[in-house]
Ligand binder design. Structure first.
Ligand SMILES: Nc1nc2c(ncn2[C@@H]2O[C@H](COP(=O)(O)OP(=O)(O)OP(=O)(O)O)[C@@H](O)[C@H]2O)c(=O)[nH]1
Ligand SMILES: [Mg+2]
Length: 367
């Protein structure tokens, strides 16, 4: 799973990236050009509890990759900004499963905003528009090509092109009206027809208001106001003070706790953002536990037992026999798989069983 951190120049992207990854990428100045990539372990206290029972050799958390991208150049007459991005940056952006859109909401006289004032709504809209333009440009080009190839190919190809053309036309109409693709409620067939384009405005998005250290108290109110006006599908809004969080990340846990108390911060913003990213991506975790490892596996919510098996290894899906399943709560209460079996809490589930967050699975399969 990969999340791209996007935002206008100087909005705090790299600071957020450092916070999430406990990294030390260079911040400051406008228009950073380097691309940073970091892998973040998803905190999951259940793994520690399971480790207490199974005493495994290792614990493996689920992870999410964050990519910190330099700001997208602004579009101008006849030029789409995203098309000026270096190819590898654009590929990273398109390959991401979701966007984390950092919006500057902090005031800092030492760092004047290039537009003269700090206005999160304006900045948010501006980058959203860039992504709409990028998708529109791609849609138009593809539509032109489809018209050009109209009478060529086999009948099946012509039919598939026609279906694609109808969907793209729908996207084009929406995009021209400024609507991101995530708002268009595509049906599964439509989604399939355009999957290959990896459209930017189709990705779920988390808008992150980067508020000043002195504005933390007012943050929930601002988040609520923005969430109410930002009425998009597959979008969530949150806030944090990136600079504070980055500094907190550099402290020892007990020092950080004192500092957080002083600032009136409850719970780590970092943990919240990671958990929120996970939810935004529609992921749940199933768990495996044994003497070798205790591990959390991310799968899309709604996955079946055989799909969960496939997440571990394709062989497990191919030779799937059944999934011995116990809920995390039952396992912890009863203390062992054997006890869970004895009490009838260990269920044998088949291929189509819908896996729940926190299910502890043991996949039986034939080689
Ligand atoms: N006061 C204050 N300054 C911040 C905050 N977050 C970031 N900054 C500062 O704003 C400047 C820009 O932050 P970066 O994280 O480099 O922003 P960026 O979006 O990565 O910038 P580019 O990559 O150059 O587009 C740095 O000097 C940061 O220290 C914050 O919450 N409060
Ligand atoms: Mg940066």
């Amino acid at each position: 799973m990969q999340i791209a951190i996007v935002g206008l120049a100087g909005s705090g992207k790299t600071t957020v990236f450092n916070t999430l990854t406990r990294g030390h990428a260079e911040t400051g100045g406008y228009g950073g050009v380097t691309l940073n990539v970091g892998v973040v372990k998803v905190p999951d206290a259940r793994l520690d509890t399971l480790a207490g029972i199974f005493k495994p050799k290792k614990i493996v958390q689920a992870d999410v990759t964050y990519v910190d991208l330099p700001a997208v150049p602004a579009s101008s007459e006849g030029h789409v900004g995203t098309e000026e991005l270096p190819a590898d940056h654009l590929a990273r952006l398109r390959d991401s499963d979701a966007l984390l859109h950092v919006v500057r909401a902090f005031e800092d006289p030492a760092l004047p905003h290039p537009d003269g004032s700090v206005e999160p709504d304006r900045d948010l809209e501006r980058l959203d528009l860039e992504f709409v333009l990028a998708d529109l440009s791609m849609t138009e080009r593809r539509l032109e090509r489809l018209v050009g190839s109209g009478r060529h190919g086999t009948q099946a190809e012509r039919e598939s092109n026609e279906r694609e053309g109808i969907v793209l036309q729908r996207l084009k109409t929406g995009l021209e009206a400024g609507r991101p693709i995530r708002d268009l409620s595509l049906d599964p067939d439509e989604e399939k027809a355009i999957r290959g384009f990896r459209f930017l405005t189709q990705k779920p998005v988390m808008v992150l208001l980067n508020v000043g250290e002195s504005d933390l108290a007012g943050a929930p109110e601002r988040v609520a106001a923005l969430a109410a006006s930002y009425g998009h599908e597959h979008a969530v809004v949150d806030a944090l003070s990136a600079r504070i969080e980055m500094e907190l990340g550099e402290l020892e846990p007990d020092e950080a706790a004192v500092f957080m108390d002083e600032l009136g911060i409850h719970g780590s913003g970092l943990d919240r953002i990671i958990a929120l990213s996970y939810r935004l991506l529609g992921l749940i975790s199933f768990l495996t536990a044994g003497p070798d490892e205790c591990r959390a596996w991310p799968i899309p919510d709604g996955s079946t037992a055989v799909e969960a098996a496939g997440a571990i290894h394709t062989d497990l899906a191919k030779g799937f026999i059944r999934a011995e399943t116990v809920s995390y709560e039952d396992l912890v209460t009863l203390g062992s798989m054997a006890e869970a079996r004895k009490r009838g809490r260990l269920r044998s589930e088949g291929k189509t069983y819908r896996v729940h967050d926190g299910d502890v699975l043991e996949i039986l399969f034939s080689k």
